[in-house]
Design a protein around this ligand. Sequence first.
Ligand code: PLP
Ligand code: ZN
Length: 362
Amino acid sequence: MTNVTGLTCVICDYAYPADFAGYVCTDHGNEGILDVRYDYARIASSWTKGDLDANRNRTMWRYRPLMPIRPDAPVPPLTVGGTPMYDAKPLAADLGIAKVWVKDEGRQPTASLKDRASAMAVVKAQERRAEVITTASTGNAAAALAGICASVGQKNVIFVPKTAPEAKVAQLLAYGSTVALVNGNYDAAFELCLLAAEEYGWYNRNTGFNPFMTEGKKTAGLEILEDLEWNPPDAIFVSVGDGSIIGGVHKAMKDAVGLGWIEKTPRIYGIQSAGSDYMVQAFESGEDVLTKAPISAETLADSISADLPRDRIKAMAAVTETGGAYLRVSDDEILAAVPLLARGSGVFAEPAGAAAYAGLIA
Ligand SMILES: *Cc1c(COP(=O)(O)O)cnc(C)c1O
Ligand SMILES: [Zn+2]
């Protein structure tokens, strides 16, 4: 028994039952991503901030009542979540603002926030007794799935565009994954992965497709709130590629409001590279992300390069429903932000991560 009441299509609002075996809305296909809904009254009646304080498990699984998994579901052994958030005084001084915190997601088993989603995927796949888990990815999501699967001996198949850096492919092979090099770009790898998953009954971890990935990623947002003793910051800056992380951060805020643990949601800002600015374009023009055509993305911040952000509906809502904005920063500004962030906080980030700080500067 979980606290999930149903899965709601982000386009038509149709509610599927909690045990729905599909991934997306049957009417809206791959665009009809589902949002997991919870019985907040029920959760709040049996789970308090005090219970959380007393819980010594610092991993993402401390938020189980807000997850689509049973209380006794087995979880992978790797330590996922519980990443530090630093009060970065030098950065705040540089910017002339009162407080800046840096959430260091590089401190995950495979060094990115993607581990939170992959850990959730492994739990859900094992619940369904899936023999194989699959995803398409060019980078961190693939490493995350490979690593978390390795920790439980779970077979997995990863589709990567043949242009993917050799070092990244080598990492997947080291973890024991089966790697399919696709003759095409990320979109081609994504489509092929969907077809293979359907044909062979593999569990599909793809971002902006599998509704439970948001539920893993949101734990980063819950940690931010809990670390601040449920006094939300004014604003949160998130770098955006497929838009799944920003949607997850928003979901955490909505969960906390639903439980009555916070009153007001912080403004959420989505940061994109000027060379991969689909969401910024749509935000500025007011274009509907459901019909806006893909762009041709090109940025050195490879982890946030996306022609068509897969989770764009949730990603747009995160900004518009919180009074935030989408901002673009140039690749030069992103590169400059890497040492600024490192010197002002001690956190050394890859370009995609530093882009959030470049956005704060902007
Ligand atoms: C995936 C990733 C992002 C962007 O997340 P999306 O959900 O694709 O928007 C940003 N930074 C890093 C380091 C990432 O791995
Ligand atoms: Zn629908």
